[in-house]
Design a protein around this ligand. Structure first.
Ligand SMILES: Cc1cc2nc3c(=O)[nH]c(=O)nc-3n(C[C@H](O)[C@H](O)[C@H](O)COP(=O)(O)O)c2cc1C
Length: 389
């Protein structure tokens, strides 16, 4: 387990989690990594750690550079256990090390995680001299926990951004110019959609804090380090945080006997007839974390469910629950509901209500069809869609 020198005297000592496929409900098809960075200076400094299950691996990587007992400072940019979980194991090796965490929320909460250790709170504008280098602390509260912060090293022009700009992407390569750019940006978008979409306001504040910094490397807490495509990822974060959407559509549904599915196909076809790029997802086959990645940048969303026992289908309810949590309410996105039913037909109104309470503007009356759609009913959907779009 060798460290990777990312700049003279600065080492990646993280962990690659090749087999991670489910990260608190987010499907991580490409695995992930927990990136930690070791700076060799007068004060040996470790920035972030890794999940507790990988404590031996991170210690081995650190040991390939120095004896871990020599660590003076540990910067905890974020308390979540994928970044902080190995702190106790590392502190056993360097019991006199000082742990830096954000004031007030990091300092207040960290004892609940790791008990009584040598903590020091830092706030915006604070800096730490570690010898020939300085570390400046930039709290980014709610990006995506109250304690989240970035650490910036002006002498090296490196931003240690923790969850900001990260991606769940396991790879032996460490830099953005070494991996496929399309895959990398897709995974960065998927990360933003699933973890940060609801914090657009906070993302904009974080981006404005970076405006005056000279950054040559963004050393993320997950995935690949940015050094070539820094402007592209910052530009995309600005667009995502603004809630910019393209004239594109997403159609999402579940169906028991294909009637709602037939409606979904008709709706998809109508978008396509209007040259609105559209993708269609059956919730039995597609994962909600992949679907919200598309929703992030597409203007229209159509959601369909048949009625099952006076309700929408549980798959649709799960999708809408996830979407409601992530939806930035201030963005003007357009949506409508559709579905087939047998008698009461409650599901379609329920879907519409959920879309409204997720902050979507309803752009078309809900479309309900009793039992199997007749040809004229489908033609009516097409006509309505073509008139609207
Ligand atoms: C187990 C089951 C429960 C159902 N419950 C309801 C219901 O409570 N209210 C209703 O209007 N239709 C109900 N239906 C009828 C379906 O909504 C109807 O068959 C619809 O056309 C199915 O659409 P789909 O082909 O997209 O699955 C039920 C159907 C099944 C199989």
């Amino acid at each position: 387990m060798q460290a990777v020198e990312i700049k003279k005297g600065i080492y990646w000592v993280g962990v690659i989690d090749w087999n991670l496929r489910n990260f608190h409900g987010y499907r991580t098809g490409r695995g992930s990594s927990y990136n930690a960075y070791l700076i060799i200076d007068e004060k040996i400094t470790l920035i972030d750690t890794a999940k507790i299950s990988f404590k031996d691996e991170i210690l081995e990587r650190i040991s390939s550079v120095i004896d871990p007992s020599k660590i003076d400072y540990i910067i905890c940019n974020h308390l979540e256990q994928d970044h902080s979980g190995s702190i106790p194991a590392i502190m056993e090796k360097c019991p006199n090390a000082q742990i830096f965490t954000c004031i007030p929320n990091g300092l207040k909460n960290i004892p609940k995680f790791y008990g009584d250790l040598n903590y020091k709170g830092v706030k915006a504008g604070d800096s730490l001299n570690i010898g020939s280098r300085t570390l400046n602390f930039i709290p980014v509260p709610m990006l995506h926990w109250p304690d989240s912060m970035f650490t910036y090293c002006p002498e090296e022009k490196i931003l240690f951004s923790n969850d900001g700009f990260g991606q769940h992407f396991a790879a032996t390569e460490r830099f953005d110019d070494q991996v496929d750019f399309g895959v990398l940006m897709y995974e960065a978008k998927k990360y933003y959609a699933n973890i940060l979409m609801l914090y657009g306001r906070q993302a904009k504040i974080a981006l404005s804090a970076l405006k005056d910094l000279s950054v040559e490397m963004i050393a993320t807490g997950h995935g690949i380090i940015w050094r070539k495509h820094i402007q592209e990822i910052i530009d995309n974060y600005s667009k995502w945080a603004e809630g910019e959407t393209n004239e594109e559509a997403v159609v999402v549904y579940d169906s028991m006997w294909h009637s709602t599915e037939t409606m979904a196909r008709t709706i998809t076809d109508a978008f396509s007839c209007r040259n609105i790029p559209v993708c269609m997802y059956d919730l039995k086959e597609s994962h909600i974390s992949d679907i919200v990645t598309e929703v992030l940048t597409k203007k229209y969303l159509a959601v369909g469910s048949p009625t099952l026992n006076n309700n929408m289908m549980p798959t649709v309810a799960a999708f809408l629950c996830y979407l409601k949590g992530l939806s930035p309410k201030e963005h003007n996105r357009l949506a409508f509901a559709f579905g087939s039913y047998g008698w009461g037909g409650q599901s379609i109104g329920q879907v519409e209500d959920e879309l409204k309470s997720s902050g979507f503007t309803i752009c078309l009356d809900k479309m309900s069809i009793k039992n199997i759609p007749a040809k004229e009913e489908l033609e009516n959907i097409t006509r309505t869609m073509l008139q609207k779009f």
